[in-house]
Every structure is written in structure tokens, then in C-alpha cells.
Design a protein around this ligand. Sequence first.
Ligand SMILES: NC(=O)c1ccc[n+]([C@@H]2O[C@H](COP(=O)([O-])OP(=O)(O)OC[C@H]3O[C@@H](n4cnc5c(N)ncnc54)[C@H](O)[C@@H]3O)[C@@H](O)[C@H]2O)c1
Length: 323
Amino acid sequence: MKRILITGAAGFLGSHLCDRFIKENFYVIAMDNLITGDLKNIEHLFKHKNFEFCHHDVSKFVHVSGDLDYILHFASPASPIDYLKIPIRTLKVGSLGTHNLLGLAKEKGARILIASTSEVYGDPLVHPQTEDYYGNVNTIGPRGVYDEAKRFQESITMAYHTCHGLQTRIARIFNTYGPRMRLNDGRVVPAFIGQALRGEDLTVFGEGLQTRSFCYVDDLIEGIYRLLFSDYVYPVNIGNPDEITIKDFAEEIIKLTGTDQKVIYKPLPVNDPLQRQPDISRAREILDWEPKMGREEGMKNTLDYFKSLSEEELYKSEHRDFS
Ligand SMILES: NC(=O)c1ccc[n+]([C@@H]2O[C@H](COP(=O)([O-])OP(=O)(O)OC[C@H]3O[C@@H](n4cnc5c(N)ncnc54)[C@H](O)[C@@H]3O)[C@@H](O)[C@H]2O)c1
């Protein structure tokens, strides 16, 4: 039986990866320090004989006993609310954490895939974004802590490949949504759905003309799965090219939830990217992958998930202690 370490396993994407690899008959070692994740995302796996959970901060030395065939490094704060509150830990998990996991992969002879992001393109001057675009990032702006951590993560991963012949894979993930997102993590999908369900007006930043392209989680997981087992070492964009302005997206959510709230406008945050759309030609060609789930159906599934939360969860404000 193949053994895989998944970091960030109690988070949104990590928990879906755990499900997928358990389904594919892997032995899954799930690692997380729970800083932005939640054990409830993986508690259904606790009794599974091929699953173990390890509470650990990967920015510290990482030890795993026994063999390891694969590592998926998904640990990192991922929403602006999170990484603006814990900027240094974000930089550490992208740099020290990635270094620790590359070292572990080298020791075990394991293949490692790292979760990079469309944020490496910053506020892009090229549209749609191809993997060859170098990006437009403000290193010292508030978002720089995340963007530069991920850029460093890609660099050190490539260096381990060229210097040590390590088997590495780099996924540049674009906005992904679906069940198990945190309601109050500030990302646009849970933010709009949460506001709609609570009967609040939907907050749009700027004029709402900035665009995003949302990928449903099942599609993303399939893309990651195929990338891991491909033999391609350069970055691959994984996302859904179906682009929409935030203003139109807010209207879609209002229609979907059947409420009569309004859209209200607030100032645009610093360095908020104006356009975001992946060019997925490379993923199509190399992985024979493209997203299958349309936004309407994906949003319905996501809404059903958020509707299943208790009133208490729906109304609770974010009380994470990041100290
Ligand atoms: N969801 C997206 O749209 C998206 C887009 C681009 C990239 N990504 C990347 O995918 C990964 C997962 O994102 P997500 O959306 O699931 O976020 P998430 O916050 O739901 O999950 C991240 C998980 O990592 C854990 N973590 C953070 N720092 C850690 C550390 N030092 N040690 C151990 N665990 C740690 C958190 O507790 C959490 O469970 C991140 O690396 C993120 O940058 C996500």
C-alpha cells in the first residue's frame, strides 16, 4: 500500500485530498497544526484503518516514521483575512515549512507536490494568466507575505529538483470553492453566501468590476491527482477559466439564495488583483484535464453545505486565537 503525507489536511482542500486518497486505497498521514483548519473536516476518517492524524506545525522539523511515497504540501493560511493576521507564520510555512518537507521527501525518496497559487501572478498585467507570465507582485505590500512565500516555495522546490533530482510537482491553484470552506475566512464565496443566509446585504469591494474565476473543489482535486502522477515538473495552472465580475457574482448569489438583499460597496483593499483567469492550455495538454462542474451546480452544492450548518455557526463571528 502506498503511503502519502498530506499537510494542511484539516483545511478545505487538504480534507478533500484526504478523502480522495483514502478512496484510492492509500495510507494517509494527515498533518495539520489547526491554525486555520478544523478537525471536523476530517473526523469522519478517524476510524479508518488507513488514516492517521498528526498535530504538527510543519514550519518546525517534520518527522514521519516508516516509508513515504508521496507528499502533498497544502499547509498554509490561504485567505487574505488569515494571512494578514498571521503574516510571519504565512512566510514561515511557505519557506521553512516547504524546506522541511523537501528535506523529508529527499530522505524518503518521495515525490512531492506543492500547492502554489495564482497569487504568484500578483495583480497581473497579462490576461488570462499563462504559466510563463512572471507576475506583478508588490513584495512589501500587505499581500506580499502570501505571494512571496509562494514564489519562494516554487523556487526552492525547483532547486531541490535540479540540485537533488527530487521528483517535484507545482500546482498553481486558482480560486477554488465548495463544501468545508470556513464561513468567515473572508473569501468571496463563503462571504457572499454567509451574508445572504444571514439576511445581510452583500459587500462588494471597489466597483465590483474586478474578475475572478471559480473552480469547484472536485475538479481541483482531480487536477491535483493527475498532476501528481504526471511526469511534469514545471508549474501547471489548475482552475476554471469561466470568469465573472464580482458584481455579477454577487447578483448570482442573491438569485441563487432567493433573497432580496442589496449589494453594498466598500473601498477596494490594497493590491487586490483586478483580473484573475487561468489559461489552462497546459493542464489540458499534459494532464488531459479541464473542469467539469458549472458554477450554477457547484454553487448549489456549496449553498447546501452552508445551509446544513447550525444557526450558531452561521452567526458566530471569527474568534480564532492566532496568538
Ligand atoms: N482554496 C483556494 O482557492 C486556494 C487557491 C490557491 C492556493 N491554495 C493553496 O492551497 C492550500 C490549502 O488552502 P485551503 O483553501 O485549503 O486553506 P485552509 O486554510 O482551509 O487550509 C490550510 C490548512 O493548513 C493548515 N496549516 C497552516 N499552517 C500550518 C503549519 N505551519 N503547519 C501545519 N498546518 C498548517 C491550517 O490549519 C489549515 O488546516 C494552501 O497552501 C493555499 O495556499 C488554495
